[in-house]
Write a protein that binds this ligand. Structure first.
Ligand SMILES: Nc1ncnc2c1ncn2[C@@H]1O[C@H](COP(=O)(O)OP(=O)(O)OP(=O)(O)O)[C@@H](O)[C@H]1O
Ligand SMILES: [Mg+2]
Length: 329
């Protein structure tokens, strides 16, 4: 049985696509079978995986959705129809695995330009859910890069999702995006969505950033917001700010191909391990290797230390794991 993770925040540039591609690559490296579903304009997650694109012809996600525009609002697509359509369109696109991965794989339902048009004609919010369910046995983990704007495509994404991960750049202008995302989740819960909040991951996090610390404190002390206790939902580790993420995106490569500095992607290794455990794939965690194998001395961004504003906001990985095993929240 697969588990579907949606990476979502209703504010641009927070690190959604970077989180999707980096997590997908890491989970595959641990040996998981990962499907990336790119619903976010302009297809940054798809482009970010460019180094792994195979040279094979395939149809588009909008062609896949098109026949299901006839479904009525309460209808799910029939699994046989989905499987026939996937087969005819050669979707999802199997990405090139590294021989060293040992069992892991990545595949992609890529974003395409026709998606906006098809999305305006969709009536059922259950189409993506039905499509992903039909691929249940082929994947362990599915990662959706959520659309940013209100649309039936966003409803489709939400109804297909088990857990939402919110990437959050700790600055004042992102707080409204966080609130709007929490409202979306609550609205989903009050409707038919099964999605719960997996956690909030701080991105673009810099050592000794007092202002970020203040924002994180605002979150920690805000109590319940839209039915979520934000203090409990903040991941205890954060993603460091680094220009190498942008370099990696421009080359369509993993960030660890651009730098050997493990501090850059260490937060994503911890997030991948949380996700594997949450998806019932704990058995894969000991497969730490290559980019997922970090030195004990790696300095990671520690959310509590960022909030406290003492020191640099960092912790030694070894010490951090002693306090935070197994990975919360
Ligand atoms: N931890 C980080 N440190 C520095 N830059 C980052 C980090 N994560 C992502 N970036 C860069 O920030 C920009 C936005 O990241 P990304 O595209 O992942 O965000 P997004 O939420 O998907 O944005 P959009 O709203 O445009 O879809 C990109 O240029 C990316 O390379
Ligand atoms: Mg994006």
């Amino acid at each position: 049985m697969h588990r579907v993770y949606g990476v979502a925040i209703k504010k641009g540039g927070q690190g959604k696509s970077t989180t999707v591609t980096t997590l997908a690559r890491l989970c595959a490296l641990y040996g998981a079978r990962v499907l990336v579903v790119d619903l976010a304009q302009p297809g940054t997650a798809s482009t970010g995986l460019r180094d792994s694109w195979p040279n094979v012809p395939h149809g588009t996600l909008s062609e896949l959705l098109d026949p299901f525009c006839l479904l009525q609002p309460q209808d799910l697509p029939h699994p046989d129809d989905v499987l026939a359509a996937l087969d005819a369109l050669h979707l999802p696109v199997p990405l090139n695995a590294k021989p060293s991965w040992g069992g892991g794989l990545m595949a992609l339902l890529p974003y395409d330009e026709g998606l906006g048009f098809v999305a305006r004609r969709l009536q059922s919010p259950y189409v993506i859910d039905g499509i992903l369910r039909s691929m249940d046995s082929a994947f362990d983990i599915m990662l959706i890069d959520f659309p940013a704007e209100e649309s039936i495509l966003l409803d489709n994404a939400l109804l297909a999702t088990d857990r939402v991960i919110i990437p959050f750049m700790a600055d004042a202008s992102s707080l409204e995006g966080m609130d709007a995302t929490l409202r979306l989740l609550r609205r989903g819960r009050e409707g038919n969505a099964r999605a719960t909040l997996g956690g909030i991951i701080l991105t673009h996090c810099e050592p000794r950033n007092k202002r970020a610390g203040d924002i994180v404190n605002t979150l920690i002390h805000s109590g319940e917001v839209e039915g979520e206790n934000l203090k409990e939902r903040l991941f205890p580790f954060a993603i460091r700010a680094s220009d190498f993420f942008d370099h990696a995106f421009r080359y369509g490569e993993p960030v660890w191909e651009r730098t050997q500095d493990q501090r850059v992607w260490a937060g994503y290794v911890l997030l991948a391990e949380w996700l594997l455990a949450d998806a019932g794939l704990e058995r894969l965690i000991p497969n730490r290797r290559f980019a997922a194998l970090l030195d004990d001395d790696t300095r990671i961004m520690d959310t509590a230390a960022v909030a406290a504003g003492t020191g640099t906001g960092e912790a030694r990985l070894h010490d951090f794991r002693l306090v935070h095993a197994p990975q919360a929240p």
